[in-house]
Design a binder for this molecule. Structure first.
Ligand code: HAM
Length: 411
């Protein structure tokens, strides 16, 4: 026998019995986001590598370790590891800054990161997300977080924790980075290798480290004092306070997590994550935040922006699985021509219908019907001769014989 070729590590087939929940995630996104004025944007799955290096940031794990990069015609291309950079490219390239603000966009689709696969972490995964351009005010931050929560609720996911933080602006952040470097200096040799690199390049990212020995350093009183201290400037602080007031008014429960810094470089001010207690270590279903400099950094007009993305595989694993719907009808007949005609008639009338292609014995067909359908629609010799039809309710076992024209009213 020939070798079996398997699906690649960190990738998955989405099977027909799973698809109804994927339809639900997509349909609810379309409904809820378009109600709030967001239009769907579909960008290509690969982009110039430089877009992500400049957009996501070359000190991030995503850019340094996780990109699927390849060359074609001497161009370096990368499968998108996330979609904010691609959306910003499309925003600039299509002159969307000329539209009246806010410009609101949503998307869904596959993303690619070369990470170590584990529960909730794949190399090809799907995101659904939104991005809003042109509004600096904290009302935009409130709308974005509210939209994320509403969408999750529509999928039956109510029991989730919203965590927020403010990373301040480049000015206040510089000060914080300096303080952080200073207080961590005596512990430099105890930091993990990644954190030693981060220490120089982007010390804020240290706070995101999951290595126990680093985490214990952040617990040292003098380090904790710097982390928990209010480093953000008055203007950033006012923006954050305003956001909290809006979230309170919208009855959205949240907690402030000062260690929340996110794994991408483009953020400033508000960052947030929505987490579940039922997902193990990969517990974030949603991550987002404000990125007021990205449009300008990628060559566009200075435009504030904010958005989020959710991992659809993680949403899927939290959604309640109800057994897939049964067929409306299973046609039982030993006359295959009559069966084909009746199946077509029922399908034309929007009844989910199937039949036995091999014309097996009547009892075998009835057995199959009772497993897969709500009703058996029986076309035996008597029924064909009398132009009638029998309908058996497979839940109650009740059977009636009726005129054919009454069929649709009885299933
Ligand atoms: P992110 O936090 O990198 O943010 O990803 C958002 C969500 O995608 C995560 O919370 C998680 O649910 C899911 N996700 C990420 N990596 C994986 C993976 N390897 N396997 C399965 N799920 C994964 C972003 O991507 C930003 N672009 C979000 C954003 C939009 N910020 C502003 N606008």
């Amino acid at each position: 026998m020939a070798n079996i070729i398997k699906v690649q590590k960190g990738t998955k087939d989405i099977l027909p019995q799973e698809i109804s929940l994927w339809y639900k995630m997509e349909d609810n996104a379309r409904k809820i986001f378009s109600n709030a004025g967001y239009g769907e944007l579909r960008t290509p799955i690969f982009e110039a590598t430089e877009l992500f290096a400049r957009g996501v940031g070359d000190t991030t794990d995503i850019v340094n370790k996780e990109m699927y990069t390849f060359e074609k015609s001497e161009r370096s291309l990368t499968l998108r590891p996330e979609n904010t950079a691609g959306v910003v490219r499309a925003f600039i390239e299509n002159g969307m800054h000329r539209l009246s603000a806010p410009v609101k966009l949503w998307y869904k689709g596959p993303m690619f990161r070369y990470e170590r696969p584990q529960a909730g972490r794949q190399r090809q995964f799907h995101q659904v997300g939104v991005e809003m351009f042109g509004i600096k005010d904290a009302t935009a931050d409130a709308e974005i977080i509210e939209l994320a929560v509403s969408y999750l609720k529509s999928l039956g996911l109510n029991d989730l924790d919203v965590e927020i933080n403010s990373l301040g602006c480049p000015n206040c952040r510089e000060n914080f980075k300096k303080q952080l470097r200073e207080v961590l200096k005596p512990y430099f040799n105890d930091l993990c290798e990644d954190c030693q690199t981060r220490y120089e390049k982007n010390p804020l990212r240290l706070l995101d480290c999951k290595v126990e020995s680093c985490k214990s350093i952040f617990e040292k009183p003098e380090v904790k004092q710097v982390i928990q201290g209010d480093f953000i400037c008055d203007e950033c602080s006012e923006h954050f306070e305003q956001l909290k007031t809006y979230l309170d008014a919208l009855n959205i429960k949240y907690s402030v997590n000062k260690l929340l810094v996110r794994g991408l470089d483009y953020y400033n001010r508000t960052v947030f994550e929505i987490k579940s207690n039922n997902l193990g270590s990969q517990n974030a279903v949603c991550g987002g935040g404000r990125y007021d400099s990205l449009v300008k950094n990628l060559g566009g007009e200075d435009t504030p922006a904010i958005g989020f993305a959710m991992g659809m595989e993680r949403l899927y694993s939290l959604m309640e699985k109800s057994p897939d719907n049964k067929l409306d009808a299973f046609v039982v007949s030993t006359d295959k021509t009559e069966a084909l005609k009746l199946v077509k008639y029922l399908r034309d009338n929007n009844k989910k219908t199937d039949f036995d292609f091999n014309g097996k014995k009547f009892t075998k067909q009835m057995e199959k019907a009772s497993k897969v359908a709500k009703f058996a629609v029986i076309l035996g010799e008597d029924e064909i001769a009398n132009n009638t039809i029998s309908v058996k309710n497979l839940e109650t076992s009740e059977q009636i014989t009726i005129n054919r024209e009454n069929l649709l009213n009885n299933i």
